[in-house]
Every structure is written in C-alpha cells, then in structure tokens.
Design a protein around this ligand. Structure first.
Ligand SMILES: Cc1cc2nc3c(=O)[nH]c(=O)nc-3n(C[C@H](O)[C@H](O)[C@H](O)COP(=O)(O)OP(=O)(O)OC[C@H]3O[C@@H](n4cnc5c(N)ncnc54)[C@H](O)[C@@H]3O)c2cc1C
Ligand SMILES: *[C@@H]1O[C@H](CO)[C@@H](O)[C@H](O)[C@H]1NC(C)=O
Ligand SMILES: *[C@@H]1O[C@H](CO)[C@@H](O)[C@H](O)[C@H]1NC(C)=O
Ligand SMILES: *[C@@H]1O[C@H](CO)[C@@H](O)[C@H](O)[C@H]1NC(C)=O
Length: 537
C-alpha cells in the first residue's frame, strides 16, 4: 500500500468511529451458529398423516420463526416449511455465500427461489427454514415511527420495544469495524448532505448512520431461524419439505367460516392433514407472495376470479392479492482501481424520499465489456466492485398477484408491481439518483476514480453510468425506469385494513391470521427484516 493510501485509510477509520455513539442496548455476543432448534425438526415424510396442535404456522420464515418461538412458550405449535434446514445449505450460513445463493440455479429445492415479475424484473424469495432472512443482505434497522403510526395497528409501544430487543440480543450484531469501502461511502453521504452523521444506531433517523447486521464479526449469518431456540422446543414441531396446499375450513358451527386445519404434501407427494384444537388458530406466515397465494388457493379471494378458476369460494374478499408493491432499486456499480475487501451493507443514508446503501465484492471476470478505450485495463481479472443502491420509499405504485395454476402451491404466482406507475415514486427516484450524483462528486469518492492515458480522471462503471445531465428531469426519469430492479422488499397482498384487521385476523373468517410482509402497506424503515421479526415476536 502506498503511504498516501495508508494515511487515507487511517483517516477514514478515525473519522468514521468518531461519530459513533453506541446506544445502551444489548446486542448478541455469540458467534457460533446455534442449531438447537434441530431437535424439533422432522422431514415431512416422517410426519403422521393426521395430527392436532394448538397452533399451526404456515411458513417458517422471518416473521414465522419468532412467532413460533413465542407461541411455543405455552402452546403446542406445528410449523410447516416447504424448504429444508439451513444446516444442509452452507451458502445460507455465511456472508460469503450471499451471491452464490442468488446465482445458484433454481432446482426447486435451493434456498433462493427465483421468479420474474410481470414487470420483467428478476426477483427471488426464500425457500428454507428461516425464510428470506437466510438469503438476504443482513442489514438490520428498525421501523420509522411513521410506519408504526400509520400501519392501522394499535401497537403497544412498550411491547414493540421489548420485541425488538428480544430479537437484537439474540441475532443482531454491531459491526465490529467498518469496511474501508463502507467508511468512504459514509463520508461521501455526509459530504453530499445526507446529514447529520448519526453514528451507530438501530432506530430510524434522517441522516447517515451505521446500523446492525445479522452477520456477526466473522461473517456468520444468524437468521430468524435461530430465534426458534428461544422458544420451548418441547412444544415445537417443525416439519420441513412440507408444502401447504390449502387451508381447510368448517362452516358448520358459526355464521363465519372457521379455519380448522391444513393439507400439506411431503417430498414423496404424499398428503398429510394437520388440525387445530378448539381455540387454536392457523397463522399464515408464508411471505408477501406465499400468503395471498394460499388464501386464493383455499378459496378466499375475489369471487368472480376464484369462480373463473373453479376454486370453491369460502369467503369473498376482493383485496386478497391486491396492493402488491416492491421498492425500486436503482444502482450504479463502480469498478474500483485497487483490490479491497468485500463488505455487506453497514451504512445507510436516510431521507424522506429515498435510502442509499452499498455493498462491495469482487468479481473474477467481466460479464459485459468495459470502456477500455478510455481507461487502462485492470491488471488482474479479479476486480473489486462497489454497488451503490438507491431505494425509493413510501411507494404509491402497486400491482396485483394472480395464481399461475389453481393447484400449484409450489410455483410462484404471477405478480406485477407496476414500478413507477405513480409519478410521485418517480420523482422520489429522481431525487435519489441526483444524490448519488452528488456523492460521486465528493472528495471522499475521488480516490476511486481511474486515471486515463491522458491523465483524465473518471469512474469506471460496470453496467449503466449515471445520466450525464443532472438538471434534465427527463433523462434522470428515463434512467430510473430503464435501470429499475428490485430491493427485494416486496410486500402487500393481505393488507391490514383490507384483508386483515388491526390484530392481523383475516376479516370474515374465524381462527385465521396473517403475520408477515403481506400485511404491510409500506415497507418499514430502511429494510424490513427488523420489523418483521418484531411483528412475529
Ligand atoms: C436477496 C435479498 C436481500 C435482502 N436484503 C435485506 C436486508 O439486508 N435487510 C432487510 O431487512 N431485508 C432484506 N431483504 C428483505 C427481507 O429479507 C424480507 O422482506 C423478509 O425476509 C420477508 O419476511 P417474511 O416473513 O414476510 O417472508 P419469508 O421470510 O420469505 O418467509 C416465508 C416462508 O414461507 C415459506 N412458504 C411459502 N409458501 C409456503 C407453503 N405453501 N408451504 C410451506 N411453506 C411456505 C417460505 O419457504 C418461507 O420460508 C432481502 C430480501 C432478499 C430476497
Ligand atoms: C453480551 O456480553 C455482555 C458483556 O459481557 C453482557 O453484559 C451481555 O449480557 C451479553 N449478552 C448476551 C445476549 O449474552
Ligand atoms: C425427506 O424424505 C424424502 C423421502 O424419504 C427424501 O427424499 C428427502 O431426501 C428427505 N429430506 C431430507 C432433508 O432428509
Ligand atoms: C441539461 O438539461 C437542461 C434541462 O433540460 C438543459 O437546459 C441543458 O441545456 C442541458 N445541458 C446540457 C449540457 O445538455
């Protein structure tokens, strides 16, 4: 390392730690994976063909696992998860496996199930115990107060605080040191006016901050699955490779239909039934795609739509599968002129219109040609890349979800998000892209430029560069629309106030709730997992 670079790095590290004021809060210390929950796990093929429990939870995901642990304190709980155990999927257990997971070919069993929305944007959802928290980027940040106050839920704020803490003391870590790139990015945000510098904190505040991670100091992932360990494992039965096909209803004893059980299939294609005891409940925690899908498959949805598929209508509810939303991600990828360490997201810039986060990684080849005529070819084929991503917040655009076939619980339904169909979303993206442009002009970013043969300096982009004329709204809008991809924070389909009430009960049906991202009108905070786990607890 050249002396000037060393000085620069030292300067950055000094600077970035200066602003950190750790809150008084207990975060997790442990750094070994805790697989105790495996005592409760069975292969669905080894499950009896019929059984009774107090509660049945469909989906052992991000909201599901804390919910399961909580219910198991006093009740018998059956968790039905279509995916396998994280233990058998090494890529989900470490930060190093993040890209490998997303790139892995989907064989119907891999932890990242791929789908492409009707908008043409490639996307992915978790299919493993622990759900999407086992394939995500690990960044942990609590909800904004506006989310809580406008969610249609009468939150007990003391319980909310305790639930977040319960999650945090179990699986959330304070980044032990900021990666070089994350430090530079943080400085660039502050220099570009995303202020104040709020240091390290888990709550949602305007400005730039470092937040928590479910990756520990050595890069091990501690997803929602480890929250199962906090339950009473004797009361908990987790069936894996168990695909729930439909919910069973009884219409005899009440004017409303009651959810009484579920039908699920195992890896051999055999069907099993699980029933709930009196006063028990079925809770859908199958995620923003899975929960509306299962309601539709079970006959809860638009009457005319279900009838057109010959699905018997249990309860007419036109809002099931409506209001599907996905926060647009627009990013730039910088090729960095010197090797540096990969880093998961540790820093976020928060404004009311957009959030900006970053990750760095290395690529061992160029999938697309680079502008070699302008810049010297990097010496090695192993190059460092930094991706700066903007998330448009407070979405007004939304779409809907339809079944791909009436009998297929394993497939991903057809989903459309209608990115930027509302002009307000587009104007927020434009502001965020301009801010990324401001960041590129900061002193903190200068050292990441290449010097060309004639001494000219500039960034090398992998993929699209930022628009060249900042002041031209049309070209920035066009950039937003043409480079849109997903932040993977899709939500909706069973909204509070539309499909479920403020206690997450499906309106018009007894003994059935939905507890996951499908109930959200707006994605909470900068990143949703903290609030999904809080909700489950
Ligand atoms: C690549 C990626 C990166 C992300 N990065 C971050 C991040 O850094 N920070 C952050 O906060 N958020 C991040 N997110 C978003 C966050 O992880 C998700 O919003 C969250 O995990 C969703 O939680 P959920 O409980 O709603 O659903 P999930 O966690 O997806 O749980 C649903 C579960 O239900 C199961 N299931 C579905 N259908 C059935 C069925 N029919 N039968 C049985 N089981 C079923 C699924 O297998 C799954 O385990 C990311 C997401 C992805 C995909
Ligand atoms: C973590 O370590 C600190 C200091 O040793 C301790 O006070 C705290 O209780 C520990 N937290 C957990 C969850 O073990
Ligand atoms: C579950 O059982 C089925 C059928 O016996 C088998 O094919 C599958 O490999 C098992 N899965 C695991 C993870 O043990
Ligand atoms: C940039 O866009 C603005 C607004 O459309 C326009 O007035 C200006 O001439 C453009 N500048 C350049 C250099 O093209």
């Amino acid at each position: 390392m050249a002396p000037s670079t060393a000085l620069f790095v030292a300067f950055l590290i000094f600077f970035s730690f200066q602003g950190q004021l750790p809150q008084v809060q207990a975060l997790a210390n442990r750094s070994d994976h805790d697989f105790s929950y495996m005592k409760s796990v069975k292969n669905a093929t080894d499950m009896p063909s019929e059984e009774e429990y107090d509660y049945i939870v469909i989906g052992g995901g991000t909201a599901g696992c804390p919910l399961d642990a909580t219910l198991s304190e006093e009740h018998s709980v059956l968790v039905l998860e279509r995916g396998g155990a994280p233990e058998t999927q090494p890529n989900v257990l470490s930060v190093a496996g993040f890209f490998a997971n997303l790139m892995q070919e989907d064989d119907g069993k891999t932890p990242a199930q791929r789908f492409t929305s009707e908008d043409g944007v490639a996307n992915v959802r978790g299919r493993v115990l622990g759900g999407s928290s086992m394939i995500n980027a690990g960044f942990y940040s609590r909800a904004d107060n506006e989310f809580l106050s406008k969610s249609g839920v009468d939150w007990d704020m003391d319980a909310v605080e305790k639930a977040y803490q319960w999650v945090e003391e179990t699986i959330v870590f304070h980044p032990s040191s900021l990666a070089v790139w994350q430090s530079a990015f943080k400085e660039a945000l502050v220099e570009a006016g995303v202020v104040p510098d709020n240091g390290f904190r888990l709550d949602h505040v305007v400005g730039t901050k470092v937040s928590g991670s479910i990756f520990d100091g050595v890069g091990k992932r501690h997803g929602a699955v480890e929250l199962l360990n906090r339950g009473n494992l004797k009361n908990l039965r987790v069936a894996l490779h168990a695909v729930v096909e439909k919910i069973i209803f009884s219409t005899v004893s009440s004017s409303k239909p009651s959810a009484v059980g579920v039908i699920y299939s195992d890896a051999n294609g055999k069907f099993h039934r699980a029933l709930v005891r009196d006063k028990g409940e079925i809770i859908l925690s199958a995620g923003a795609i899975g929960s509306p899908q299962l309601l539709l498959l079970s006959g809860v949805g638009s009457e005319s739509y279900l009838s057109s598929l010959n699905i018997p209508v249990i309860h007419s509810q036109p809002n099931v599968g409506e209001f599907m939303a996905d926060n647009p991600r627009n990013n730039i990828n910088l090729v960095i002129p010197f090797p540096f360490a990969s880093s998961p997201a540790q820093v976020v810039g928060i404004t009311s219109d957009y959030f900006i986060e970053t990750v760095s990684y290395s690529l061992s080849f160029f999938p697309i040609p680079l502008p070699f005529s302008l810049f010297p070819t990097p010496a090695s084929t192993e190059v460092s890349i930094a991706t700066i991503a903007e998330k448009t917040t407070g979405l007004l655009s939304h779409g809907s979800l339809r079944l791909s076939s009436p009998n297929e619980a394993k497939a991903t339904p057809l989903v459309r998000f209608n990115y930027f169909s509302d002009p307000v979303d587009l104007s927020r993206c434009v502001k965020g892209v301009r801010k990324m442009g401001d960041m590129m002009n900061t002193n903190s970013m200068d050292r990441f430029k290449y010097t060309g043969f004639n001494g000219e300096r500039g960034f090398m982009f992998l993929g699209p560069a930022l628009p060249s004329n900042w002041s031209d709204d049309l070209s920035v809008e066009d950039y937003c629309q043409s480079t849109v991809t997903t932040f993977w924070h899709y939500h909706g389909g069973c909204l509070v106030g539309k499909v479920v009430d403020g206690d997450f009960r499906v309106m018009g049906i007894n003994s059935l709730r939905v507890v996951d991202g499908s109930t959200f009108t707006i994605s909470p905070g900068t990143n949703p997992q903290a609030t999904l786990m809080m909700l489950g607890r």
